[in-house]
Write a protein of this length. Structure first.
Length: 221
C-alpha cells in the first residue's frame, strides 16, 4: 500500500526537516511546493516569474497554479509508491483538489505539527538555508556564532528573503487565515494525527513515525 502523507503546520514548525527525513527513510519522494517554486524562480520559468513577488510578500501563489504543479508531480512514477507533501495543501480549495487527485489512490494520512507562534518567530528569524542544496541550519543571530558552511554539502548559508521579520509575520497571519482551516477540514478523518513540534527534532521524528504508523491502521486496504 502506498504511503500518501501530508505534513500540515505553520512556517517554522519543522515540516520540511521532518518530511525530508521521513521520506528518505521510506524511499519515497518529499514534494515541497516551496522548494519547487524557489527552483522555478531561480530558473526563471514563467511560473517562477509570476510567483516571485508573491513569495517575497509572504502571500500565497494562486490555487490553480499550485494545483497544476502538484497534479503533474504526483503523476510521476516515483510518487506511485507514496509521497510526503510539504507545504501543500495550504487552502481548502487545494485540499479539495488533492482529494480529487486521490480518487483511485490510497487514502491520505495527515499529520499536523503543532508549535506556538512565539517559537515560530524565533525559529524563522534565526534560520539559514544552504543556497546550494536547500538544507536548513539554525543559530543565526543573537549570542550564537553564525555557521557559514552547510553541514550537508559545504555550500553557503543564507537567510531566505521571506524569513525577514516583516514577511514572517505576514506568512504567519496568512497561515492562520488560509491554512489553519485545513485542520478542521481534515480532523474528522481516521487518518488525521497531531504531533507536538516543540520537542527536540529526534523526539518529533519518533512521534511522527508513531503517528503515521497508527494512522496507517486507519487506511482501508
Ligand atoms: P514554504 O517553503 O513552504 O514556506 O513556501 C514558501 C512560499 O512559497 C510561501 O510563502 C508561498 O508564497 C509559496 N507557496 C508554497 N507552497 C504553496 C502553496 N501550496 N500554495 C500557495 N503558495 C505556496
Amino acid at each position: 500500500m502506498a504511503l500518501n502523507l501530508i505534513m500540515l503546520g505553520p512556517p517554522g514548525a519543522g515540516k520540511g526537516t521532518q518530511a525530508e527525513q521521513f521520506a528518505a527513510s521510506r524511499g519515497i519522494p518529499k514534494i515541497s511546493t516551496g522548494d519547487m517554486l524557489r527552483q522555478a524562480v531561480h530558473d526563471g520559468t514563467s511560473i517562477g516569474l509570476r510567483a516571485k513577488a508573491t513569495i517575497a510578500r509572504g502571500e500565497l501563489v494562486e490555487d490553480d497554479v499550485m494545483i497544476g504543479i502538484v497534479r503533474d508531480r504526483l503523476a510521476q512514477a516515483d510518487a506511485r509508491a507514496g509521497f510526503v507533501l510539504d507545504g501543500f495543501p495550504r487552502t481548502v480549495a487545494q485540499a479539495g483538489a488533492l482529494d480529487e487527485m486521490m480518487v483511485l489512490r490510497d487514502s491520505l494520512i495527515i499529520v499536523e505539527i503543532v508549535v506556538e507562534e512565539a517559537e515560530l518567530v524565533r525559529r524563522l528569524s534565526t534560520r539559514l538555508v544552504c543556497d546550494e542544496c536547500g538544507a536548513t541550519a539554525h543559530g543565526f543571530g543573537v549570542g550564537v556564532e553564525r555557521r557559514t558552511a552547510c553541514r550537508n554539502c559545504g555550500g553557503g548559508l543564507v537567510q531566505r528573503s521571506d524569513d525577514d521579520d516583516k514577511v514572517v509575520r505576514e506568512r504567519l497571519r496568512i497561515y492562520q487565515r488560509q491554512t489553519k482551516p485545513l485542520v478542521e477540514y481534515y480532523q474528522g478523518r481516521p487518518t488525521f494525527r497531531s504531533v507536538d513540534g516543540l520537542q527536540a527534532p529526534d523526539r518529533v521524528a519518533a512521534d511522527l513515525a508513531a503517528a503515521i504508523a497508527s494512522a496507517g491502521e486507519g487506511v482501508a486496504p
